[in-house]
Design a protein around this ligand. Structure first.
Ligand SMILES: Nc1ncnc2c1ncn2[C@@H]1O[C@H](COP(=O)(O)OP(=O)(O)OP(=O)(O)O)[C@@H](O)[C@H]1O
Ligand SMILES: [Mg+2]
Length: 467
């Protein structure tokens, strides 16, 4: 059981983070130690050399002032007085025959024959190893004023002892360093993964249907906090979208129910009565009309899906816009007259443009439908069209109820309907279709509206060069 848990833990991001943090911490500590070790060993070595040079200078000065015999006497006295226990001294005549040789105890077994070499250079450093090969001795050669050779040296043993102690201390320090590294790694990984754990918890909650669950924000302003905010915003949007889909589904069901009920009632009543051929014909015509209504509604839904997914195919051709608008106005004339709304068309006779004729008809019809639906009884609707800067510009203006500033940015959203419009028949799909078709034409739409005063929708459709 515990082995399985361990196995699972080693595969987690937390484990990997701990490993990363602690290995970075530990390896940088090792690196720092190596650097310190290198600098310390260089400094000690340098100090040893300085000490050798000082000793050698001292002997050279004595030889200069008092002669070689006085120097020999001094070296012997120092040797007897055990003052040269750690120092190597060799005095040789101009032919390099050894006169005096004192060797530190650790280097008694070292082969110093190389020093008898006549070609040995003054002011040169050479390094010899003792037999065990553990320690080495550094020797500086110097020629005295009357041709004698003076060689002074010092073993690396003291230095090595010091460095060994240094290594021992480091070994001891490494134990708490590793422990601190692991503890810091665990702490850091726990802290940095906290938001991810919250995220996982929230996703699990949503998975079991708690759609209101949100990830608590740490308000630190870092990347993870930003991710959490974006995630929460996304959840909020999904929730609104699902809500709207639900509403739309209700609307669609409601809107479909009416024509289907009408068809059903008409058929049942006709079946129950002994209707003649004329009555049957009328019933069938009513049914066909209702079916047409249902078809239109379903087609709009499918058109929007097609346009929004970018799969809408356009048949761009030269279209008589003036005639097209006239045709649409004729269809809406009856509804407008019922509400005493006057429709005026300000389009140059014979205005032509390159557009998809049936889609453009749909778009203008939707805008006109809105203008009348949300217009004021006895009000007016004005449709204008013209070519400006290689764009076909069409505007539909009404002096109706207008759109609240808060609703303006959302009216083109699929299924969005302003609260006060809900009393009227509609699905909230008209403007989505308008926008999708205009975008398919590589154009754009603009809307200006003042609540209580009216709205103006303007479409800009680029002409042939852009296609
Ligand atoms: N001319 C307008 N005046 C005031 N409000 C408008 C106007 N045109 C659109 N709106 C607002 O924008 C919303 C979205 O319009 P849209 O045409 O997409 O949907 P709808 O008219 O409610 O339904 P549908 O067009 O699907 O029958 C409307 O519900 C309404 O609140
Ligand atoms: Mg509409």
């Amino acid at each position: 059981m515990s082995l399985r848990y361990l196995n699972r833990f080693t595969k987690t991001t937390a484990f990997r983070l701990i490993l990363w943090y602690s290995s970075i911490f530990i390896s940088s500590s090792i690196l720092l130690f190596l650097l310190a070790y290198f600098l310390v060993s260089l400094t000690i070595k340098d100090q040893d050399r300085k000490m050798i040079q000082l000793k050698s200078n001292e002997y050279a000065l004595m030889e200069q002032a008092e002669g070689i015999d006085a120097l020999s006497r001094e070296i012997r006295q120092e040797c007897h007085g055990n003052r040269l226990a750690d120092i190597f001294v060799r005095l040789a005549d101009p032919q390099n025959h050894t006169l005096i040789l004192t060797v530190p105890r650790r280097f008694r077994d070292t082969d110093f024959k190389v020093l008898d070499n006549r070609d040995i250079l003054a002011d040169n450093w050479l390094s010899l190893q003792n037999k065990k090969g553990r320690d080495s001795i550094e020797i500086m050669t110097r020629r005295l004023s009357d041709g004698y050779l003076l060689q002074v040296g010092k073993g690396s043993d003291e230095r090595e002892d010091l460095l060994e102690r240094f290594r021992g201390i480091f070994g001891l320090i490494m134990i708490p360093v590793v422990l601190i590294g692991l503890a810091t790694g665990a702490f850091m990984s726990f802290r940095s993964l906290n938001p991810i754990r919250d995220l996982i918890h929230t996703v699990r909650e949503i998975d079991i249907g708690k759609m209101d669950a949100r990830v608590p924000s740490s308000h630190t302003g870092d990347e993870l906090d930003e991710l959490i905010q974006l995630f929460n915003n996304m959840l909020e949007k999904i929730k609104t979208l699902i809500g709207r889909m639900q509403e739309a589904l209700d609307s669609v069901a409601h809107d479909l129910r009416t024509p289907v009920t009408r068809i059903k009632t008409a058929i049942e009543m006709t079946l129950q009565s002994d209707s003649d051929a004329k009555a049957l014909r009328e019933t069938l015509m009513d049914c066909a009309e209702e079916s047409e209504h249902i078809m239109t509604m379903l087609t709009t839904l499918m058109d929007i899906s097609e346009a929004e997914s970018g799969a809408m195919r356009l048949n761009i051709e030269e279209v008589d816009i003036a005639a097209l608008i006239k045709g649409i106005v004729e269809v809406y004339q009856y509804v407008a007259e019922e509400r005493h709304i006057e429709i005026s068309v300000l389009v140059p006779e014979g205005l032509k443009a390159y557009v998809d004729s049936s889609r453009t008809r749909q778009v203008i019809a939707n805008l006109l439908d809105n203008a009348i639906k949300y217009g004021r009884d006895g009000g007016m609707v004005e449709i204008k069209a013209g070519i400006k800067d290689k764009e076909l510009v069409i505007s539909v203006e009404d002096n109706g109820e207008g759109i609240a500033a808060g609703d303006l940015p959302r009216i083109f959203d699929r299924l969005y309907r302003a609260d006060k419009s809900r009393s009227r028949h509609g699905l909230g799909l008209g403007l989505s279709l308008v926008q999708a078709v205009v975008h398919a034409h590589k154009g754009h739409c603009e809307v200006q509206s003042t609540p209580g005063k009216g709205s103006r929708f303007t479409l800009f459709l680029p002409q042939i060069e852009t296609f």
